[in-house]
Design a protein. Structure first.
Lengths: 105, 105
C-alpha cells in the first residue's frame, strides 16, 4: 500500500485531539492560537522530518506524522460572531498532539 | 509567549492587496534559496530559513521587506555553516559599494 504512513500515525481521521499548551523558545510550527485547544483530525497529510530539528541543521529523523486538524472557530476566538459551524484547519505535527481527555473544548 | 512571526489572530490592520513588480535582486534572492535548498546541493533547509527570519527579532522583522528578510536570514545561516566568512562578505560589500559610487558619479 502506497500510503503506508497511515500505519505509523498515532491518531486516525475523525479522532479528537488536544494540542499541547506549551510555549518553548525556538522554531515552532504550531501557531499560538490553537495551543491548548481541542480539534478533530480531518486528514493525515503524510510523514515529514521534524521541522523543529531541521531548523537547526539536524536531520529531523525519525519522521513525524503531519495532520490536518479542524477546530471550531467558536473554540478559538472569544466573542466569535460568525456562524457557529465555522471551522479552521491547521497542519500540526504529531509531537504537538495528545489524545483528547475530554477536559476542555 | 510565542515568536513575533506567529501573528495569526492578532490585530494587524487592513491587508495591502496591491500587487507589485519584483526587483531583479529579489528574483535573485529567490533563485539563491532554491539552489541552496535544492536536492542536488542541499546546503540549507527552508526550515533554517524560517528560523533565521524569526531570529532577526521583532524590530528588524517589521522594518525589512519580505525578500530583505530572506537574504538576511540566508546570509546569517551561511556564515553559521562556514559557507562564507564575515571577512569575505565584508570585503565583497566594500567592493560593491565602491563600484556603486563610481557608477553613480
Amino acid at each position: 500500500m502506497a500510503r503506508g504512513f497511515e500505519m505509523s500515525a498515532q491518531f486516525s481521521i475523525g479522532e479528537r485531539v488536544h494540542v499541547r499548551r506549551a510555549y518553548p523558545p525556538g522554531h515552532v510550527r504550531t501557531p499560538h492560537f490553537i495551543r491548548g485547544k481541542t480539534g478533530v483530525v480531518a486528514n493525515i497529510a503524510g510523514e515529514f522530518a521534524n521541522p523543529e530539528e531541521l531548523a537547526y541543521g539536524r536531520d529531523g529523523l525519525p519522521k513525524l506524522a503531519l495532520y490536518h486538524v479542524n477546530f471550531r472557530q467558536t473554540d478559538l476566538w472569544p466573542g466569535y460572531t460568525g456562524q457557529p459551524s465555522d471551522t479552521t484547519v491547521v497542519a500540526i505535527y504529531e509531537n504537538w498532539l495528545d489524545a483528547d481527555e475530554g477536559s476542555e473544548p | 509567549m510565542h515568536r513575533h512571526h506567529d501573528m495569526g489572530g492578532l490585530e494587524a490592520g487592513p491587508v495591502e492587496q496591491t500587487d507589485h513588480v519584483h526587483e531583479p535582486w529579489e528574483k535573485r534572492t529567490d533563485a539563491i534559496l532554491r539552489l541552496l535548498t535544492g536536492k542536488n546541493a542541499s546546503v540549507m533547509t527552508v526550515d533554517e530559513l524560517r528560523r533565521g527570519i524569526e531570529d532577526l527579532g521583532p524590530g528588524i522583522y517589521d522594518e525589512l521587506s519580505y525578500y530583505e528578510r530572506w537574504i538576511s536570514s540566508i546570509t546569517n545561516i551561511l556564515i553559521e555553516k562556514g559557507v562564507i566568512t564575515i571577512e569575505e562578505l565584508g570585503k565583497e560589500m566594500e567592493e560593491v559599494q565602491a563600484r556603486w559610487r563610481e557608477v553613480s558619479k
